[in-house]
Design a binder for this molecule. Structure first.
Ligand code: HEM
Length: 173
């Protein structure tokens, strides 16, 4: 295997493990635990986002996975040969790649703008030094529910992508 392929696989698999692992851990553990904190939740989220830069970690790991994955796809398919794409491994890697790409789209276009809006609302509420107005409370609740729904799909697709990546090489039909 050439050094380029070796490096691409290294980047792809390590970044992919970080991306899926952090997404699943956030959805199953950090988010429910943060919800249980009541009013301290917003402080926890500020630390996670502002100080520990969780969104940057997710953006970098997902982008590295996808860019290295696209390059691997190009090499593995011999420059998009249909014979490879329709083979067992080709179909598996293609469906896995699609699941990963849709998950990325959901994160980037669905979750990211809503999380940014939530952050801006939280900052405005903190600056006012008063409890949220009824309107702000309703918007926060709506954003929260929408983000959670997007996250559920994101995690499902990430796990599907990971599972297909894990087995596709051995799908011989
Ligand atoms: C969701 C995140 C992803 C994870 C955790 C992941 C993980 C992996 C793993 C562990 C392998 C090694 C499989 C093996 O050698 O048998 C692999 C291979 C591969 N992945 Fe992904 N992957 C992800 C997303 C993607 C995406 C989005 C693409 C394309 C855009 C892609 C394209 C590929 C290709 C083409 C291979 C085969 C490389 C080769 O033939 O050596 N993957 N992936």
């Amino acid at each position: 295997m050439s050094i380029v392929l070796l490096l691409l696989r290294l980047i792809h698999i390590v970044a992919g493990a970080f991306w899926v692992g952090a997404g699943v851990a956030y959805f199953l553990y950090f988010e429910p635990a943060a919800k249980g904190l009541g009013p301290a939740r917003s402080k926890f989220m500020q630390e996670l986002i502002g100080k520990y830069r969780y969104p940057i970690f997710m953006n970098v790991s997902s982008l590295l996975t996808i860019l290295a994955g696209l390059a691997l796809y190009w090499f593995s398919s011999g420059g998009l040969s249909m014979a490879w794409v329709t083979s067992g491994p080709g179909l598996g890697f293609t469906l896995g790649a699609l699941a990963g790409l849709i998950a990325f789209g959901i994160g980037f276009f669905g979750i990211r703008p809503r999380a940014q809006r939530m952050g801006a609302l939280g900052a405005a509420i903190a600056a006012a030094g008063a409890p949220p107005t009824a309107e702000q409370g309703a918007e926060l609740g709506r954003l929260d529910a929408e983000i959670h729904a997007f996250e559920r799909w994101d995690v499902i697709l990430l796990v599907i992508s990971l599972a297909l990546m894990a087995v596709s090489r051995y799908l011989t039909f």
